[in-house]
Design a protein around this ligand. Structure first.
Ligand SMILES: *Cc1c(COP(=O)(O)O)cnc(C)c1O
Length: 225
């Protein structure tokens, strides 16, 4: 199937869940992204700062750039002027740097905090406890140029869908808990970014609002990243 058809297909699949499609275009040439754009796809996900910046320059100006990968503090400045949403904020130090760069650019940058849900794998993110403590702290409340709009999580890479389901369901529960219990000017819990090609279905059933799909749309990648 063509990229265009894949975009249409996944839009249809996600519609009943009300989840947004983020087209993960990492490693793919800009021609592929343009095909997706022609099919009406504006939201693109990339995991490397340089690649994201280059593609943002090459694509039409109304496309939206989602940074979905691990972000180093010293690279925040390159995406701060235009990034649409940063999905994988995994430490308070990173969030503070984003706040600083957002202020320089006179904007507020929407962010998702990444939670460590794949218990036996070494993945980035806050633990539940760290996250709750941080969101209740003065340190967090003082950040005026970021807005935390939700959470992001990656499940264990396994065929055991029961396990994936319990990890996603746990993240959804944490999302609801924060929404109910924590108030702050810079916090508005509305997005839950979970699910990729192998597990988007389970993620949608668990309440995902954004799925990050790459290989099912653009085909497999040559190297694993
Ligand atoms: C690559 C990537 C995806 C998409 O993976 P696919 O399996 O190709 O759908 C989603 N989220 C993150 C954080 C990624 O790095």
């Amino acid at each position: 199937m063509s990229v265009e058809n894949n975009i249409k297909k996944y839009r249809e699949i996600l519609k009943p869940f009300g989840a947004q499609l983020i087209a993960v275009s990492k490693t793919k040439p800009k021609e592929d992204l343009l095909q997706a754009y022609e099919a009406g796809q504006l939201a693109f996900g990339e995991n490397k700062v340089q690649e994201l910046t280059e593609k943002a320059e090459a694509l039409p100006k109304d496309s939206e750039w989602h940074m979905i990968g691990h972000l180093q503090r010293n690279k925040v400045k390159y995406i701060a002027p235009f990034v649409h949403l940063i999905h994988a904020v995994d430490s308070d130090r990173l969030l503070k740097e984003i706040d600083k760069q957002a202020e320089k650019n006179e904007r507020i940058i929407p962010c998702l905090l990444q939670v460590f849900i794949a218990k036996e794998e070494s993945k980035f993110g806050f633990s539940e406890e760290e996250l709750l403590d941080f969101l209740k702290s003065e340190d967090f409340k003082n950040l005026k140029n970021i807005k935390v709009v939700g959470l992001m999580g990656m499940a264990t890479n396994t065929d055991d869908m029961q396990r994936v389901k319990s990890e996603f369901t746990g993240l959804k529960a944490l999302f609801e808990q924060i929404k109910a219990e924590i108030q702050s000017e810079n916090l508005e819990m509305k997005e839950l970014s979970m699910g990729m090609t192998s597990d988007y279905q389970v993620a949608c059933e668990a309440g995902s609002t954004m799925v990050r799909i790459g290989s099912a749309i653009f085909g497999g990648r040559n190297y694993n990243q």
